[in-house]
Design a protein. Structure first.
Lengths: 159, 370, 378
């Protein structure tokens, strides 16, 4: 199905815009659940696969973008939407609609520090529970110690 | 049919020896003989298993370790000293007991299993006149003594203070105790037909009539049930749930190392040997030569035909039959996947036991008719 | 002696069992927390992260050419697929046209890799169920595939072969002939595996009707690849959205039908992998028959410096749908690279379909999902 037709199905929802250069649909985080609901249940769209949730840092670690990739098995079309959030702002979780979002959102929280409301158990997934900091942010500084073990900063003797 | 114990006592009768010392000798010498049998059996059986499994898996098995300078060449006998070396390594290994484990029980468990196998060998004859002690309740004694091993396994799993070992122990308890029933029911068949409980009487019956497996289709079915049940009794695949390698690491043996583990291993192979012996004696004619089968009533063969009979040949025939059965047990291990616990129990209680019971009834009817 | 007893063993209500990072059957460093009631598992909680190597953070400091060896190490059992997926994503960003020969070589190599990866999956699945012999046989045959790869690019496991814009080395003259020999030999071997596993009564009892994954549950959890096709969903990226030159080849996509039990059980997933190997053989033969000549380095850019933009490209690897998301800001180093690994979603479904089964079955189900921790943790 055509990108414009997909956008037409959700354009009625508040704040949803189509960026013509990048062919991406921008969705504010407040309308995310409404858009997701439409995607899942609308007969013409039927996006049953949530493929990937990617958290992107916009450069200064104060603004983030979350990219959601959807795919429909029945109609064989895909779409990507982008949600912009600021640091500290919460995003509604999609895990009640697609269970895929469960682990992907945990990873986005683990790596970028974006919190999702409504998630059953938002805790770190790839890093240990007591890690401090969010590694994929651009302003991430590696800590000096972890559990008393010094983390080497001088890499000259192996690089 | 003199037994070894009796013959020792008789042979020393002429010397003026203190009866107490005589008693000690009569106990010690058979004990050493049995221990030697078990140890040599473990050495040979482990090497045999490794070679058999290797050839079935399209590889060669142990090829490097020679013995006393004999390297064994490139084709087959390469690693003939492997088990010897492994045994020495295990004896010298550090003995680790986990901190929270129940020390006394953990040390006791391997000895209980070993004792069970040891005691069974006492009643098991090797040939016409080679038996440690000729019990007149032969079969009954053997069935009873082979049940002692279960206690050892449960103790081993419980005392390790390890949840995985506990799982192995509980599964072993359920499995080994359940499968003793089809074993006993199948062995009762021969007792029914021949009218003897002692082993010599059973083999005597077979030498007068025919091998028990050929007696009736129910006896053949009894043999199949018996053989599969002993594979379950000795915890071999497809019934090796208690020590399922891919699930429970090593099941109830996980926390054991060094000599204690070697004892477990020894007892497992000794158990295999015992059940193979019992199967050959009860169903396959024991130490009778198979060439005797040709002398069935409907063949006209002169009596001077050489049967290859006698005491020494008796040992040979018994061992050949036992080795073939052990080979079959090893063959099963490397061919089949393992059964799940509930499927195992299902097979025992809902398939084997009804068939074994029906067997008992039907074979008595057969006896009445024929 | 009371302090020596673990209280949770004495309490018979529920036992928390730790199938720890080191276990013979967890296919890598995966920790499963099982809440069991007797033998029946009431809750499974997979805990991952033991193999996390900061792949995505590294990619922000490495140039596009330097990232290729890193993608190898994500799914180390199917590293050609990882290289291929990444190269396709970068080529989409650069918008280059590849020579025909490169595409054909890539398809041959990718399908050989699929065979090798499925051999490991089948062998270890048999090992989990208890059949030890098929594992040695599948590994023996996989060695022959690895020999072919070694002759091709010098490496047995982590190839660094498929680069953006082409491949690193051209095929040697004897490669085609050796591959033909291997395929002829391998077709007879598949029959042997069928004898030992597929039709074996005990194997069927252990795997049929176990771990049934209904299609809608699978899709909701994002499961892709042979695990999804075992549930009856006909979804293969090579057919639905063909990339590279897959639309030129004639092959079938096996879909589980519940032959031995319910549709979507472990047997179906295992069987899909067996048939996929046969289909890969078909594709390789067709590709080798029509392999054109050419220079494999013709389209390789001197320096990879894509224009500003994003791309999300999808690829069908041995485990499922690999998604590579690259955000570029015009430099020769990506701004953000994310790899959506199929095993990540495949593992998350374990907590759903594994509950209510016994411990032995949990191992069977985990084996049938065919995960590789390298790509889950990256």
């Amino acid at each position: 199905m055509d990108l414009n037709k997909i956008f037409d199905s959700v354009s009625s929802i508040d704040g949803v815009e189509l960026n013509p250069e990048t062919n991406l649909i921008a969705v504010p985080s407040a309308s995310l659940l409404a858009v997701a609901d439409k995607f899942k249940n609308n007969i013409n769209l039927e996006f049953d696969f949530l493929m990937c949730i990617t958290a992107l840092d916009n450069g200064d670690s104060k603004n983030f973008t979350i990219a959601y990739n959807f795919h429909s098995n029945k109609h064989n079309h895909s779409i990507e939407i982008r949600v912009s959030v600021a640091d500290g702002e919460d995003v509604p979780s999609l895990s009640s609609i697609w269970k895929t979002a469960d682990w992907h959102e945990r990873e986005a929280f683990d790596m970028m520090g974006i919190k999702f409301t409504g998630h059953p158990e938002l805790k770190r997934i790839l890093l240990p529970e007591d890690w401090e900091g969010f590694p994929l942010r651009k302003n991430y500084e590696v800590a000096d110690y972890y559990h008393g073990v010094p983390i080497p900063k001088d890499k000259s003797y192996w690089e | 049919m003199t037994s070894i114990v009796k013959s020792i006592i008789d042979s020393f009768q002429s010397f003026p020896i203190d009866p107490f010392l005589l008693a000690v000798l009569a106990i010690l010498i058979p004990g050493i003989i049995i221990f030697l049998i078990m140890a040599v059996n473990a050495l040979i059986a482990v090497y045999f298993e490794r070679k058999v499994s290797a050839f079935m898996q399209d590889r060669l098995g142990p090829m490097e370790v020679g013995i006393f300078g004999f390297k064994g060449g490139k084709k087959f006998w390469g690693g003939i000293g492997q088990t010897f070396a492994d045994a020495i390594k295990l004896l010298a290994k550090e003995d680790i007991i986990p901190n929270d484990a129940d020390k006394f029980l953990m040390v006791l468990a391997p000895f209980i299993i070993f004792t069970g196998a040891f005691l069974t060998f006492i009643g098991l004859p090797m040939s016409d006149s080679l038996v440690i002690s000729n019990f007149n309740i032969g079969i009954f004694y053997i069935i009873a003594m082979s049940s002692v091993g279960v206690i050892g396994i449960i103790l081993a799993g419980w005392s390790s203070n390890n949840k995985w070992s506990l799982y192995g122990a509980m599964r072993a308890a359920a499995q080994m105790i359940s499968y003793e029933i089809p074993i006993a029911l199948s062995l009762i068949l021969v007792v029914l037909v021949s009218g003897h409980l002692d082993i010599y009487g059973i083999v005597q019956w077979q030498s007068e009539n025919r091998w028990f497996i050929l007696h009736s289709p129910f006896a053949a079915l009894g043999f199949v049930i018996y053989f599969v049940s002993v594979v379950a009794e000795t915890n071999r695949t497809p019934f090796d749930i208690p020590e399922a390698e891919s699930e429970l690491v090593a099941g109830w043996m996980t926390e054991y190392s060094g000599f204690r583990w070697a004892l477990f291993f020894l007892s497992e192979y000794a158990n295999m040997l015992i059940v193979a012996f019992v199967a050959s004696i009860v169903f396959l004619g024991g130490w009778l030569s198979p060439l005797q089968l040709i002398d069935l009533p409907f063949f006209d063969i002169p009596d001077s035909w050489m049967f290859l009979d006698g005491t020494i040949f008796g040992i040979f025939w018994l061992f050949i039959k036992a080795v073939i059965l052990i080979f079959c047990m090893m063959w099963f291990r490397w061919t089949f996947p393992r059964l799940r616990v509930d499927q195992l129990m299902y097979v025992c209680w809902k398939i084997f036991i009804p068939f074994a019971l029906a067997n008992v009834i039907l074979i008595s009817i057969w006896e009445l008719i024929f | 002696m009371d302090t020596a007893l673990d209280k949770s063993i004495v309490n018979i209500d529920e036992m928390v069992l730790n199938m720890g990072p080191q276990h013979p059957s967890t296919h890598g460093v995966l920790r499963l927390k099982l809440h069991t009631d007797g033998e029946v598992v009431s809750k499974i909680e997979p805990i991952i992260g033991y193999l996390h190597r900061c792949f995505e953070k590294h990619c922000e400091y490495l140039s596009y050419e330097q990232i290729v060896p890193f993608t190898d190490r994500c799914d180390y059992l199917a590293s050609m697929h990882m290289d291929h997926a990444y190269s396709i994503a970068v080529e989409k960003l650069l918008d280059i046209e590849l020579p025909e020969r490169v595409e054909y070589i890539r398809v041959i190599v990718a399908e050989l890799q699929r065979i090798a990866s499925h051999l490991v999956a089948i062998g270890t699945f048999g090992l989990d169920v208890g059949a030890i012999t098929p594992f040695t046989w599948t590994i023996r045959d996989r060695e022959r595939v690895l020999d072919l790869f070694e002759a091709l690019c010098g490496a047995r496991l982590l190839y660094n072969y498929i680069w953006p814009g082409g491949v690193s080395h051209d095929l040697s003259p004897k490669f085609i002939q050796r591959t033909h020999e291997f395929l002829d030999y391998f077709e007879t071997q598949i029959l042997e595996y069928n004898e030992l596993l597929t039709g074996n009564k005990i194997f069927i009892e252990r795997t049929a009707d176990v771990g049934v994954m209904p299609a809608d549950v699978a899709i909701n959890f994002g499961v892709t690849g042979p695990s999804l096709r075992g549930s009856g969903v006909d979804y293969d990226l090579r057919k639905t959205q063909p990339y590279s030159i897959y639309d030129k080849f004639d092959f079938n996509v096996p879909v589980g039908e519940g032959t031995m039990g319910t549709i979507g059980d472990c047997w179906d997933r295992y069987w899909v992998r067996m048939v996929e190997m046969e289909e890969s053989i078909k594709i390789i033969r067709q590709a080798m028959a029509s392999l054109p000549n050419g220079d494999v380095h013709a389209a390789m850019p001197k320096k990879i410096r894509p224009a500003k933009g994003d791309v999300y490209s999808r690829y069908e690897s041995a485990r499922g749908d690999v998604g590579i998301f690259i955000q570029s800001n015009g430099k020769n180093v990506p701004l953000r690279l994310k790899m959506r690994s199929p095993a990540f979603c495949n593992l998350s479904v374990l907590s759903e379909i594994g509950e209510g089964w016994m411990i032995s079955d949990v191992i069977t189900i985990l084996g049938s999902l065919d995960i590789v921790l390298g790509e889950i943790d990256r």
